[in-house]
Design a protein around this ligand. Structure first.
Ligand code: FAD
Length: 468
């Protein structure tokens, strides 16, 4: 039964067909039921929905673009769920050009924001395969990473302040986007990465950067991961820290993508056992101007650096994109990895990180430790020590312990950027440092004593205990 206060608070969808897209996740692995999907148009309406749900003892799952790969964006088990979608809160509230920041509502789609900023010569750099659907509130709530973290940082580092509605309906505004503000606990950082368990982000002020004037994008073949890390550092040195993307594409993954998407051809023949997609960018007009060979000067600088690395045997082969179309193909190859895996059927996915120097050892220990008959597809934000490991078939027993024990041995993380959601809540409880976990539970209990804000995501709860 939907309470009157909720009906009055915001537009609601209650027809099962209308609600369906909001109730199951992108992977099709997680699905639930809800009494209604609320579609507020303002912070005041979000507040009214939250208050109505709190009063009626309903559970809320906040939802952005529903692109989560951790199962946290859809209702869980049991009755009494409301999906609160931010899809109608898409306004750009303020663009501060001299201060290079922008304040947007949480429902703004990441790519739409980037398209709005491009004519201004400004960049919001967060970038990953789901950028056409993921919304700013979802990006912040998962502390999303992606391909440009190496240069610009993850969502947390790109956020200056937040507006949010806490589980009791209190609206908080953590500031006007100041760079410096040491006035107590920074609640922004509690809500970022909280996956909707501590409240609902309604707006955010984000850092902006100059849009690069020129980019040099290449696909490299390197002898192995140790060499790859040397190549990364040398390219950083040669370009004044201009490397934006340094993505690991081993042969099995490149072949998988080109098999499922034949229009995406690997530019190197043979397909490299250890492939790296690298992109360097510059905002300097000088770098964008044509050099002696007619190509932008940045290209010449990158080619020179690659040639020196080739001489030293640190690069075996390289293909530098000569046109926007060639660059798009390279980026598409990377962006289509997840879809190629989905086309293979069930698989187990791990999103881990280890210290950079430990990465080559981790990968060889993993390859040695996997049982016969399973296939491993890796892709990774190598510059961040973050690998996405996909193992097929998805029902291979005992793999979680094999992978996570190796991660633990390197003091790594079991979730580098995708979050915990419902998919890893059990794993988090088993593997997170107990002191930290206890403090997380105290914070949850203090801000959400009734436990109605996305219960079961991130922190395990007994849903029976929730029933009144
Ligand atoms: C093809 C593909 C590629 C991807 N690549 C990457 C990648 O490279 N790096 C990466 O980090 N992730 C990646 N992801 C995962 C996903 O896109 C990100 O987690 C994204 O940030 C989620 O945004 P969303 O708006 O879709 O959030 P949703 O999926 O709707 O929600 C995610 C979580 O945040 C909560 N939430 C959503 N909005 C709010 C809000 N306003 N307030 C409070 N809580 C909220 C939800 O309850 C849920 O727990 C990828 C996903 C796909 C499908």
């Amino acid at each position: 039964m939907i309470p009157d206060a909720l009906t009055a608070a915001a537009d609601l969808l209650t027809d099962p067909a209308d609600m369906a897209p909001f109730l199951s996740d992108w992977t099709g692995q997680y699905a639930g039921t809800a009494l209604a999907v609320a579609l507020p148009r303002s912070t005041a309406q979000v507040q009214a929905v939250v208050r109505a749900c709190a009063q009626a003892g309903l559970r809320i799952v906040p939802q952005g673009g529903n692109t989560s790969v951790a199962g946290g964006s859809v209702p869980g088990e049991g009755a009494g769920w409301i999906v609160l979608s931010l899809a109608r809160m898409t306004a750009l509230r303020r663009l501060d050009r001299p201060g290079r920041s922008v304040t947007v509502e949480a429902g703004m789609v990441l790519q739409s924001l980037q398209e709005r900023l491009e004519p201004e010569g400004l960049l919001f750099p967060l970038s990953f395969g789901a950028k056409g659907s993921a919304r700013i509130g979802g990006c912040l709530s998962t502390n999303a990473g992606g391909v440009n973290v190496l240069r610009y940082g993850n969502a947390r580092e790109l956020c200056l302040s937040l507006e949010a509605v806490l589980p009791d309906g209190t609206v908080i505004d953590t500031g006007a986007g100041l760079r410096k503000d040491n006035t107590g606990y920074d609640l922004r950082h509690l809500l970022i990465g909280a996956e909707g368990t501590l409240g609902i982000i309604t707006a955010a002020t984000l850092r902006l950067f100059a849009l690069p004037k020129v980019r040099a994008t290449a696909f490299l073949s390197v002898p192995g991961l140790e060499a790859a890390l040397i190549v990364l550092n040398r390219l950083q040195d040669a370009t004044g820290g201009g490397v934006e993307m340094f993505e690991y594409m081993p042969e099995a993954t490149t072949r998988l993508v080109t098999r499922h998407f034949p229009h995406l051809r690997c530019p190197l023949d043979p397909v490299p056992p250890c492939g790296i997609l690298v992109e360097v960018a510059s905002t300097a007009a000088y770098d964008a101007e044509p050099g002696e060979e007619g190509a932008p000067r940045l290209n010449a600088r990158v080619e020179e650096a690659l040639a020196a690395l080739f001489e030293e045997g640190l690069i075996l082969d390289a293909s530098l994109a000569q046109s926007i179309a060639q660059r798009d193909t390279l980026l598409s190859m990377r962006e289509h990895v997840l879809e190629s895996l989905m086309a293979e059927g069930r698989w187990r996915q791990y999103d881990i990180s280890v210290p950079l120097a430990a990465l080559p050892g981790f990968v060889s220990a993993l390859e040695d430790g996997l049982p016969e008959g399973v296939r491993l597809h890796m892709v990774g934000h190598l510059g961040d020590g973050n690998l996405h490991l996909s193992i097929l078939p998805g029902d291979a027993a005992g793999l979680d312990d094999t992978v996570y024990d190796l991660v633990a041995a390197q003091a790594g993380s079991i979730s580098a950027e995708h979050g915990i959601g419902r998919s890893k809540a059990v794993m988090l409880a088993a593997r997170k440092d107990p002191g930290t976990l206890a403090a997380m539970r105290l914070i949850k209990a203090a801000l959400d004593p009734e436990g109605g804000m996305n219960p079961g995501a991130m922190l395990q709860v007994s849903l029976n205990a929730f029933e009144k």
